[in-house]
Design a protein around this ligand. Structure first.
Ligand SMILES: Cc1cc2nc3c(=O)[nH]c(=O)nc-3n(C[C@H](O)[C@H](O)[C@H](O)COP(=O)(O)OP(=O)(O)OC[C@H]3O[C@@H](n4cnc5c(N)ncnc54)[C@H](O)[C@@H]3O)c2cc1C
Length: 358
């Protein structure tokens, strides 16, 4: 049987894209080696409409956030599972100037819709240091391991799922489609995270992987707010907490390090007033990109070969919106957002494949 799509990778990107295709009645094969240290497996799962040390509004937050809420809620209903929660994120202010700055921002429509309330000091002081008060932001948390396990079970019945490593040297491509071992498909889509760098077809794309480490904590408390200042502390549904994370572009192994642990605990100790015990420490490689935008679209030379990657630090919020846009591109010929369309990097492909020596 010839399938419509072969998807490589069942991380956040591959799971969400495969779901959108299955929903349209497409026949999908997924190959994934179920790597326990994939970026998605270790991700904290936070969707915060503000980003960076200065907490500026995230790119396209006003489009991404309503979309992601509807998407994950629909998926919870469809799979009869729970992995998505609406959560308040509290950002303590570092100074009076910051308090004044947020007072100003709260009058701007693009900020206003994500700000719940600005507090003077005292509201969260039982748990965190907040000498100048702080801002409560409306955010979300995806329990990514539960989400991935739920989708794995969903795909067992709705697609063909092949567990194991995809060996690209066994792939053949022609005008009608692709074949790989005994699988035939019209199109192949790479959702292989940072491992795309090893691909002979997409290794030229401007990926800039970033290692991240995260700690799992036990605490004698039950606060439900996410605290975020230099680092985040996220309460899980099981009474545990996640704290992180780090950003390292040099060490691209998936091994947790003492340096990473110390960096997180130092920030944690400056923010948190509670005692904690570290019960687990994980690391993964985020598929970051040079332009800090996802990388989506068709291969410059093979019209039935695609990439859906580059979710960087924000797979939870980017993947639902852009998978929807990408499926419309694949199935209806709609244009992709120019900022994510890999067409703008085709020159890198031509340079890497056709460089002439004078
Ligand atoms: C410490 C840390 C914290 C993070 N916190 C957040 C957060 O709070 N919020 C947020 O939005 N994002 C967060 N991220 C980023 C998030 O993890 C990524 O944006 C997202 O998970 C990327 O998903 P992906 O599917 O593209 O890649 P991956 O998760 O890497 O998935 C790729 C999949 O492809 C499979 N694969 C690759 N090559 C092959 C092959 N040859 N054969 C078979 N299978 C293959 C892998 O096994 C894997 O399952 C965090 C990341 C880290 C490391």
């Amino acid at each position: 049987m010839k399938h419509d799509y072969l998807i490589i990778g069942q991380g956040l990107a591959g799971s969400i894209l495969a779901y959108q295709l299955v929903k349209r009645g497409k026949s999908v094969v997924i190959i994934d080696e179920r790597n326990p240290t994939s970026s998605s497996r270790v991700a904290a799962g936070l969707a915060n409409p503000f980003t960076g040390p200065k907490m500026v509004k995230s790119w396209k937050a006003e489009e991404l956030f309503p979309f992601l809420k509807q998407f994950y809620c629909e998926l919870e209903t469809e799979t009869n599972a729970h992995f998505f929660s609406e959560r308040t994120i509290f950002r303590p202010f570092g100074s009076i100037a910051e308090l004044n700055d947020w007072d100003g921002r709260s009058t701007q429509p693009n900020y206003k819709k994500f700000i719940n309330i600005i507090h003077a000091q005292g509201i969260h002081s039982k748990y965190v240091h907040e000498p100048f008060g702080g801002v409560e932001i409306s955010g979300y948390v995806l329990n990514v391991p539960v989400f991935l396990d739920t989708m794995y079970l969903f795909f067992q019945t709705k697609c063909t799922f092949v567990e194991g490593r995809f060996d690209e040297s066994l792939l053949t491509i022609n005008d009608q489609g692709i074949s790989y071992k005994n699988i035939e498909a019209r199109k192949i889509i790479y959702c292989s995270g940072h491992q795309i760098q090893q691909s002979a077809y997409f290794g030229w794309t401007p990926l800039a992987p970033v290692k991240g480490e995260i700690l799992h904590l036990k605490m004698k408390t039950d606060f439900q707010t996410i605290y975020n200042h230099s680092c985040f502390i996220i309460p899980n549904d099981d009474g545990m907490f996640k704290a992180g994370s780090t950003y390292d572009r040099m060490d691209l192994t998936d091994r947790p390090t003492e340096k990473g642990k110390n960096e997180i605990t130092k920030k944690l100790d400056a923010l948190l007033k509670m005692e904690y015990t570290i019960v687990n420490h994980e690391a993964g490689i985020r598929p970051g990109t040079v332009p800090r935008r996802p990388l989506i679209g068709a291969h410059p030379a093979h019209g039935n070969m695609y990439i859906f990657n580059g979710m960087g630090t924000k797979g939870v919020s980017l993947a639902p919106f852009f998978s929807n846009q990408f499926v419309k591109n694949l199935e209806e010929g709609n244009n992709l957002d120019q900022e994510v369309d890999i067409k703008k990097y085709y020159s890198l492909y031509f340079k890497s494949h056709f460089s002439f020596k004078h």
